[in-house]
Design a binder for this molecule. Structure first.
Ligand SMILES: O=P(O)(O)OC[C@H]1O[C@](O)(COP(=O)(O)O)[C@@H](O)[C@@H]1O
Ligand SMILES: [Mg+2]
Ligand SMILES: [Mg+2]
Length: 325
């Protein structure tokens, strides 16, 4: 008996898997379009110009040619998908309206190439996407209807959730994404940690937390790429990634809309948790496109221990500023 189209004993493709989820045809189409766009991003990463673009993004960070090219690839695909209302990108200064509000449309917040500065040293990078129903992009991340990332590593993988399990697809020799892991789940606690930022700028609670992890014999696994570092915690199902508030940077470095919300949505649906140190990332009400927040994300127990150390550090220092951080 031949396998049904799109499936075989070994291969279930992305579109077929999405169609089995309880989501609209427009959302199936949108996620497949983003997957298609990633094939052009891969080509740019593998062969594109590594120089600077001569421009900067809304954070004042110098844009690489790859940032601008990846952003253009993603935006063009989203506009032509016909199902997108508003677009926000880490590489654009403001919201881009693809079409006026109408029923059945979605809005997309994305980082087209996270970790782009790692390409010239040949480390893994990725694209991060959060999807909302309708036209409002300044919503709490808990309102996302889908989140996904594409990881450009030794293998190209795509991870998505529409709120019913977290699933991984890997690109095959025909550049098709086929199912490789389904309903990925995190353990309660783990033994790896990815500590972002300069340690000499850590606040007391975070410094004590790291020493606790080292005393426990946890393994430091940090590449400087948010997507591969999160992917490692997710696929091993254990450990946590953190990019805390730093002395002089009370909101850390990573961006709520483009990086934290999509990853927090994925990790929570895999049974993990994500906090800014005080509340779940997904409960933050974004006030601006460029909003940043500290993040502790991964196994539930590991995140809880991190926030407990933060509370202790806050109480011990009694620092009013710290209390309100
Ligand atoms: O170099 P640092 O300060 O540890 O920051 C690393 C973090 O910054 C990032 O590289 C930011 O990525 P982009 O600015 O390229 O989007 C993350 O991928 C990573 O987690
Ligand atoms: Mg980024
Ligand atoms: Mg980026």
């Amino acid at each position: 008996m031949p396998a049904a189209p799109g499936t075989s004993k070994f291969q279930i493709d992305l579109r077929r898997h999405l169609r089995a989820q309880n989501i609209s045809d427009n959302l199936v189409h949108l996620i497949c379009e983003i997957a298609e766009a990633s094939k052009y991003v891969i080509n740019a990463v593998r062969t594109g110009d590594l120089g600077v673009a001569g421009t900067s993004n809304l954070y004042g960070e110098e844009q690489l040619a790859l940032d601008v090219l990846s952003d253009r690839i993603m935006r063009k695909r989203l506009v032509h998908s016909g199902v997108v209302c508003n677009i926000a990108s880490e590489e654009m200064d403001e919201i881009y309206q693809a079409q006026a509000s109408a029923d059945g449309l979605y809005s997309v917040a994305y980082d087209p190439l996270d970790g782009s500065s790692l390409v010239d040293v040949n480390l893994a990078v990725g694209t991060i996407v959060g999807i909302y129903a309708g036209c409002d992009l300044l919503q709490p991340g808990r309102n996302q209807v889908a989140a996904m990332y594409i990881l450009y590593g030794p293998r190209v993988s795509l991870v998505y959730t529409v709120g019913d399990g977290v699933h991984e697809f890997t690109m095959n020799n025909l550049m098709e994404f086929t199912l490789t892991r389904e309903n990925i789940t995190m353990q309660e606690e783990g033994n790896i940690y990815a500590p972002g930022g300069l340690r000499n700028k850590y606040n007391d609670g975070d410094e004590k937390f790291i020493r606790h992890l080292e005393a426990k014999g946890c393994k430091l696994r940090y590449s400087g790429g948010f997507v591969p570092d999160i992917n490692q915690v997710l696929m091993k199902g254990k450990g946590l990634f953190m990019y805390p508030a730093l002395k002089g940077s009370p909101n850390g470095k990573l961006r709520v809309l483009f990086e934290l919300n999509p990853m927090a949505f994925i990790i929570e649906h895999a049974g993990g948790s994500a906090s800014n140190g005080h509340i779940p990332i997904l409960d933050i009400v974004p006030e601006s496109l460029d909003q940043r927040a500290p993040i502790y994300i991964g196994c539930k127990k590991d995140v809880k221990v991190a926030t407990d150390f933060l509370e202790e550090g806050k109480a011990a220092s009694g620092d009013a500023a710290f209390v309100n951080a």
